[in-house]
Structures are given as C-alpha cells and as structure tokens.
Ligand binder design. Structure first.
Ligand code: ADP
Ligand code: MG
Length: 256
C-alpha cells in the first residue's frame, strides 16, 4: 500500500494578542492510498487545524508534510496552490461557493482554472453535468448558489471537489449542517468515491459517519491520542450497526 500523505513532527502555533496557543503538538500521521480516515475529538482540539495544515491550506509552524513524496512545507505559495488545485479536493462545512456564479459554474471552476487544462470549456461543462447527475442534483445545474437546499449545496461541493479527479479529498464536517437523510446521501457518495480509489480524510463529530470510515483518529488538545482501525465498509446495514457499536465503545474509552 503506498503512502499518500505523511506528517512528521507537525506543530502549529497561533499567536493571538501576544498569547501563544500551541494547537498542534508534534503530530505524526500516515495516510495510505485508498484509506478513508475520520478525525474525531472534542471541539477546539485542533481537528480543522490539522486538516488545514496537512492540505497546505495553512502553513505549519514546524515539521514536515509529505504529499506524494514531496514536502509541501517547502513549496512556494504558488506551487502549493497549484498542487491543491490539481491533486486535492476540499469539502467544507461553511461552503465557499461564489455567489455570482451558477451551481454548475462553481463546480467546474477548479477545472477551468487548471494550468494542465486540455479540455474545452464545453467538455468540462459536460463532465460537471455528469457529476451533478451522479450526485442527483442535475435539476439545479443553472440555479444560483442561494437557490438550492443545504443538502444540494453540499452535494455540489462534492462535485466541485471531484472535478479535477483529486488523489485525496479533505472534508471538514461535510455532513455537519445536514439532516440525517442528506447526511446519509453525502456519505454514500463519499464512500463510492473512496471505493473508486480516492483517499479521503474527514473531520466529523458524527459517530455514524465515522463508523463508515476505514480508520478513526482521536485527537485531544493537539495530540493524536488514539487510533482505531475499522477496515473498509461493505455497505451492509448489519455490519454498520456492529461498527457503530465498536466505535462508540472505543470513543467512550477515549473520553468522548
Ligand atoms: N486562524 C486562527 N487563529 C488563531 N487561533 C486559531 C485559528 N484557527 C484555530 N485557532 C485555535 O486553534 C484551536 C483549535 O481550533 P480548531 O482546529 O478549529 O478545532 P476543532 O476543529 O477541533 O474544533 C482553538 O483553540 C482555536 O481557537
Ligand atoms: Mg473544526
């Protein structure tokens, strides 16, 4: 199994009003190709910061982040942003979509902006539409961003995160603002992407979401303090209940 992402001695310190906040403390982490890793832990423990640091959205204070064999902490801002655009997909809870563009135009933006672009705009649009179809949101293709439901918007975010066929998708509470049924839908899509080979790293506080992941990391106060291997999920409801039970017991031991 090849390693996609590795963090070594990762530290992140924020300084606010001369007060030093050591948010991530010497984190070591390895994510292998095809894994779907959940990051859990109390609010404020550093989950989002970890995701931002390993995905190059934020600079680390110390340590290395190796993505695809390259230390991304050594890259220039320009190199880093092109790496993110070409090789990584992002799904956030507060969904950053451009208000003046349609849903489809938002989805295809990363492909239109790509330096490695070989397709015409029309071809990219066709791919965008096919993705929207796959996620069951074709009917809102031409809508403005504020003319869709939360679940539709979140699925549009998934489409956008997929448009450049990334090696890895980073998701921060991707189902955090959704009701149970939309959340299940979104997870179904993420699992299917993962089955097709996309590595996923996902922050969540939802045990049902985490129990579908292949591995769960538990972080408190800037340290990874626990790790549970669940193996890949078959999609079976009975298996899901067992996995949830296993995970809940383990989380209790972690002090969840
Ligand atoms: N941009 C920032 N500037 C200053 N402090 C921050 C920033 N982002 C996060 N923090 C601090 O880092 C800590 C961890 O935050 P975060 O990673 O968002 O936690 P979680 O996602 O686990 O809830 C918190 O104490 C938060 O206040
Ligand atoms: Mg967070």
């Amino acid at each position: 199994m090849s390693t996609v992402l590795q963090a070594k001695g990762l530290c992140k310190t924020y300084i606010v009003n001369k007060h030093q906040n050591n948010v991530l403390k010497n984190i070591d982490l390895t994510v292998n190709e095809g894994e779907m890793v959940a990051i859990m832990g109390p609010s404020g423990s550093g989950k989002s910061t970890l995701l931002y640091c390993v995905s190059g959205m934020d600079r680390v204070t110390a340590g290395e982040v190796i993505f695809n064999g390259k230390d991304t902490t050594k890259l220039s801002a320009k190199e880093l942003s092109s790496l993110r655009l070409e090789e990584m997909g992002f799904i956030f809870q507060q969904m950053y979509m451009m208000k003046n563009l349609s849903v489809l135009d938002n989805i295809i933006l990363p492909a239109v902006e790509s330096k490695n672009r070989t397709e015409s705009r029309k071809q990219i649009e066709e791919r965008g539409k096919a993705l929207m179809h796959r996620l069951g949101i074709d009917e809102v293709c031409g809508n403005d961003i504020n003319e869709v439901s939360g679940g539709q918007l979140q699925r549009a975010c998934i489409c956008r995160s997929m448009i450049n066929s990334p090696k890895i998708i980073f998701a921060d509470e991707p189902t955090g603002s959704l009701n149970r049924s939309s959340s299940d839908e979104v997870m179904k899509e993420l699992l299917s992407l993962n089955k097709d080979g996309t590595t996923i790293m996902c922050v969540t506080h939802d045990t049902k979401v985490a129990s579908k992941c292949s591995r769960v990391l538990y972080i408190t106060d800037g340290n990874i303090v626990g790790e549970k291997e669940l193996g890949s999920f078959s999609g079976d409801e009975g298996e899901l209940r067992d996995r949830e039970r296993t995970l809940n017991n383990w989380l209790m031991e972690q002090g969840w």
